[in-house]
Design a protein around this ligand. Structure first.
Ligand code: NAP
Length: 539
């Protein structure tokens, strides 16, 4: 074929649209709905074979919401709220995936989603003010606006342990769980990790396993979820109460239903404090964290008082006191890392066929053909599971080759930590919005806020006959400094975790969320929009 013909054929294969959204999870689906509401020609590029994002990929047994199903629901459609019945207060992955499919079908979103289309590169063409996109399967799209909705916990993190590829049994990362059921009966199973994912998965495996070995590096403050089915009467009450549920979420720091208690820990006597701790302990969900005294998040002594209460709750559930001490966290404050929510987790360690290996005392040296070799022993497995977490918040985005003005790479630009204005844009990347969820916030609550903000912004540009919007370097600088200053004194910064990026080798140590709280974030976004998008250059 002649060169000109080849170019024509290639050009013909480029799909030109107004908006491309990366990811068909909670944020991406609503963003698509909002773009279609504006009458724009919008597409989602989705790496998976279905919608759901987190709830598509994390299909391991036991995966479920840790926040109340109804506080995580979309609030924008009264019809959707009334038509959908949650069956549990903290519903499981299959139901959550069905819910997101229900939403996508109800609003006829799927015809606008390209599945199995992982974005490989996005290059800004300044002359044309368009983004040129290529997927790993060779699809080409050209768009005026590019919106990243890739989520915060999407890029899997595999540990750097020698020999991972050598293992001859079945092995997988929890967020790449097989679609067909995994049979644990009679099998020797190993699991590396003891974070929120492992804590949901372990009790499910332990129900029907030959032998289970858990490799724990850091013990966590796991708290009882206290899940329950929703009966008809409660269902009707939830549906009637939705305005109040969302009003409440709207008023709290992290947009969960729980709010920190404004009293100071040591203003109460020991007896009063312990009565309060028992009271919140008996409640379901995050009340044991976000319903505690507010100063546990800033005052080390207050934190330690509650932490010791939680440690004793853990100790009481494990028969062997030596084992109990291994499961009790002593190296970080309560709530400095994400609190895992559990159902029958600690009881698992009372089973004869479950072994805990403390890999701080006996580090993993390598993965062998048969299993895991530590300094002191080799453990043989049929199935080896990596519950080793994610390259959070920035990981998925920086794995895509995104190039802004002058060919600048986003990955290089963020090498020293992410820099944004309002978490929504980064200077030098015009018409590129980031709605990943980088605010410390109940996910759907803030996903709706940003999707509505972006749709308002694009609508404004269209009405004003403007073509391009980009954060100014000054606004970005000021916001980044402001965001960093908010974390001063917060207990999050006092330990290593994915919140701080420290679980990934070479990643800059910085608190990756906006820590000013959901109300302040919403207020700031609204203020910027009301000022004609102050801090952005519009042209
Ligand atoms: P994670 O919290 O980052 O935990 C990873 C685990 O792997 C940690 O125990 C870590 O130990 C361990 N690990 C990593 N590399 C290791 C190595 N080389 N050797 C030994 N151990 C190693 O990841 P996750 O459990 O997948 O949870 C991530 C986040 O997902 C949660 O914090 C939560 O926000 C979210 N999540 C949400 C839900 C829900 O809402 N329902 C459920 C599950 C997860 P160290 O602690 O020592 O680093």
């Amino acid at each position: 074929m002649a060169q000109a013909q080849r170019e024509m054929a290639a050009a013909a294969a480029v799909e030109a649209v107004d908006v491309v959204i990366i990811g068909a999870g909670v944020s991406g689906l609503y963003q698509l709905y909002k773009m279609r509401e504006l009458g724009l020609n919008a597409r989602i590029l989705e790496a998976g074979g279905g919608v759901g994002g987190t709830w598509y990929w994390n299909r391991y047994p036991g995966a479920r919401f840790d926040s109340e199903s109804y506080s995580y629901a979309y609030s924008f459609s009264e019809e959707l709220l009334q038509e959908w019945n949650w069956t549990e207060h903290y519903s499981g992955q299959p139901e959550n995936e069905r819910y997101l499919n229900f939403m996508a079908d109800k609003f006829k979103l799927k015809p606008h989603i390209h599945f199995n289309a992982r974005l490989k590169s996005a290059v800004y063409d300044e002359g044309a003010n368009r983004w040129d996109l290529e997927t790993e399967t060779g699809e080409h799209l050209r768009t005026q606006f590019l919106i990243s909705a890739v989520g915060i916990l999407s890029a899997t993190h595999m540990p750097k342990i020698a020999g991972i590829e050598r293992f001859k049994g079945k092995s997988f990362h929890t967020s790449r769980w097989p679609h067909e059921p995994v049979d644990f009966a009679g099998k020797r199973v190993g699991i590396i990790g003891s974070g929120a994912t492992a804590v949901q998965l372990i009790p499910e495996i332990a129900k029907n396993v030959g032998h289970l070995t858990v490799f724990q590096r850091t013990a966590n403050y796991c708290c009882p979820l206290r899940n329950a089915k929703i009966d008809d009467e409660t269902q009707a009450k939830i549906k009637a109460d939705y305005p109040e549920i969302f009003r409440r979420c709207h008023s709290t720091f992290a947009a969960f239903m729980q709010e920190f208690d404004p009293r100071k820990t040591f203003d109460l006597s020991r007896e009063e404090r312990y009565a309060f701790y028992e009271e919140i302990w008996a409640q379901p969900g995050f009340t044991k964290w976000f319903g505690c005294f507010h100063d546990i998040m800033i005052d080390s002594a207050a934190n330690e008082d509650y932490a010791e209460f939680v440690r004793n709750k853990i100790r009481a559930r494990i028969k062997d006191p030596v084992l109990a001490e291994k499961l009790v966290p002593k190296d970080h404050p309560f709530g400095a890392k994400r609190i895992p929510m559990e159902t029958n987790y600690y009881e698992v360690y009372n089973q004869d066929n479950v072994l805990l290996v403390d890999v701080r005392a006996d580090p993993i040296e390598q993965i062998t053909e048969k299993g895991v070799k530590t300094g002191q022993a080799e453990y043989e497995f049929d199935i080896l599971i990596y519950a080793t977490g994610f390259d959070a918040i920035t990981g998925e985005l920086t794995r895509i080759d995104i190039r802004g003005v002058g060919g600048e790479s986003l990955k290089a630009r963020w090498a020293d930590g992410p820099r944004t204005y309002l978490t929504l844009q980064t200077a030098g990347f015009p018409n590129f919005f980031i709605v990943n969820g980088a605010v410390f916030c109940n996910f759907t609550r803030c996903a709706e806020v940003v999707a509505e903000w972006v749709s308002g912004c694009i609508g404004y540009l269209r009405d004003q006959n403007l073509q391009r919007i980009e954060a100014t370097p000054e606004a970005e600088e000021a916001w980044t400094e402001h965001a960093e200053s908010l974390t001063e004194g917060m207990i999050f910064t006092k330990t290593d975790s994915w919140f701080m990026g420290t679980n990934v080798d070479g990643k800059k140590r910085t608190f990756l969320f906006y820590a000013g709280g959901a109300p302040a974030f919403r207020e700031k976004c609204a203020e910027v929009a009301a000022q004609g998008y102050a801090g952005f250059r519009l042209s």
